[in-house]
Design a protein around this ligand. Structure first.
Ligand code: AHM
Ligand code: MG
Length: 339
């Protein structure tokens, strides 16, 4: 790239040339990016900043919260509440929605986030990230009036107006879609700004790489067992090729690899907790990642349906996730549907 294009310039051009985003949404995305920059700084300091370890609390799903989970959540709320572009926020780390306080002006957008995904990797210096999704209040019901409530958030993933993540790894990279493909921005620490480093991201349709937590194998359903078993048979099996496995246990990092070089990621339903549809959260993790993957030419299903078509019935709903290279996702999905 000859001259550096900042995130700000990219968003202004999306607004001006393509008309993809209104100015309020541009402002919102810039604020989210600024919050990610400050989360990145906190993550970078690690033990020196006294930010590692558990916070001594649990979130609404009964998971132990890390100090950085809470710090990242606060950074996102404080950065976004006063700008006038949001009506409310929802987070994996908060029991219920956070309505913008009355002392601030309110906008029409709803912001959802997993403030720090990959919590089990925080203390061991492995890539983690922030995932976010933006909806418009009243998208499903234009006659909806104030006050904003949880129901306003219960929109299908196909209604998202922006989605992305920021991965805090060897580089800090912000990945974004506003419905016109996927763009990646790398944080230039000297300049303090995100710089466009890849546009029109494309996931190869075929792959030889899968990502799944193999330790859960005995709990999987038959279609997932069949798919992985066929991969493991390699050249000698029905697939006729050897597969490689990667599992970072940070969805952000696993999805980033898939957007970069292809692959299939799965966190399927399993028998450990049969009443839960899966481990990952539909609104904070699966929807934004599925939209990014689809925008890059990949696919995302829960084994039976396109994730973006699922109608959520509650904020913290969980879902089974299969996403990545199109032909592999279609294969796993067909193993579920053609029985
Ligand atoms: P988190 O949001 O509490 O960090 O949980 C989500 C993470 C995903 O990033 C990752 O894919 C998965 O949980 C890893 O789960 P496991 O530890 O079961 O392998
Ligand atoms: Mg998460």
């Amino acid at each position: 790239m000859s001259s550096k294009i900042s995130l700000t310039r990219y968003l202004v051009e999306q607004q001006r040339i393509d008309g993809h985003i209104p100015s309020e949404l541009r402002l919102l995305l810039e604020v989210v990016a600024r919050a990610c920059k400050s989360i990145s700084q906190a993550v970078n300091k690690g033990a020196l900043g006294g930010v590692l370890g558990t916070a001594g609390s649990e979130n609404v799903q009964g998971e132990v919260q890390k100090k950085l989970d809470i710090i990242a959540n606060e950074v996102l709320i404080e950065a976004n509440e006063w700008g006038g572009h949001l009506a409310a926020m929802a987070s994996e780390e908060m029991d219920s929605i956070y309505v913008v306080p009355n002392r601030y002006p309110k906008g029409e957008y709803l912001l959802l986030f997993d403030p720090l995904d990959g919590s089990s990797n925080i203390d061991v210096n492995v890539s983690i990230g922030t995932i976010f999704s933006v909806l418009k209040k009243g998208n499903d019901d234009p006659s909806a009036v104030e006050p904003v409530c949880e129901h306003d958030f219960l929109q299908k993933g196909s209604q998202q107006v922006a989605a992305g993540y920021c991965v805090y790894g060897p580089q800090t990279t912000l990945v974004l879609t506003v419905g016109d493909g996927v763009a990646m921005f790398t944080l230039d620490r000297e300049q303090g700004s995100f710089v466009l480093t890849q546009e029109h991201v494309k996931i190869p349709e075929d792959t030889k790489e899968f990502a799944i937590n193999m330790s859960n194998m005995r709990h999987w359903d038959e279609p997932v067992k069949r798919y992985i078993d066929e991969c493991l048979q390699g050249k000698e099996g029905p697939r006729g090729k050897d597969f490689n496995m990667r599992w970072i246990a940070s969805m952000v990092a696993d999805v980033h690899r898939i957007l970069t070089r292809g692959g299939v990621f799965m966190y399927p339903w399993d028998k450990r907790e049969p009443n839960k549809p899966g481990k990952l959260r539909l609104m904070y993790e699966a929807n934004p990642m599925s939209w990014l993957v689809e925008q890059a030419g990949g696919a995302a299903t829960n084994g039976r349906q396109r994730i973006l078509d699922l109608q959520p019935s509650q904020l913290h709903e969980r879902v089974s996730v299969i996403l990545g290279s199109k032909n592999e996702v279609e294969r796993v999905t067909s193993y579920h549907t053609k029985v």
